[in-house]
Design a protein around this ligand. Structure first.
Ligand SMILES: [Zn+2]
Length: 100
């Protein structure tokens, strides 16, 4: 699939690394403790920012849009690589180099 890198596409991208977690709430009498089950799923995006890793929790209502945007990010990244590769090959060919 080819996606045009437009400003509209760029405004709809979100970082990859969707993170799904389950957990117990820690309340003594909650069903999660009684039944040994966990709350969730909770969705977040886990990102390395400099040296730190940060978790961005995602409200349910924005989840579909974010999911879509993370897929779009991956597709655009692939496409960007293809463009860069094509530029490189053209550049080398124009200067009479090999491997083009
Ligand atoms: Zn609980």
């Amino acid at each position: 699939m080819i996606i045009r890198i437009t400003s509209q596409a760029l405004s709809q991208i979100y970082p990859p690394s969707l993170y799904i977690s389950y957990g117990s709430c820690g309340k003594k009498y909650c069903w999660c403790v009684k039944e040994g089950k966990k709350h969730g799923p909770y969705y977040a995006i886990s990102l390395r920012e400099g040296r730190k890793r940060r978790l961005y929790h995602l409200p349910k209502e924005i989840l579909p849009e974010i999911k879509e945007g993370t897929l779009l990010y991956k597709r655009l990244k692939k496409e960007l690589f293809q463009i860069a590769l094509s530029n490189l090959r053209d550049k080398i060919k124009k200067t009479g180099g090999k491997n083009a």
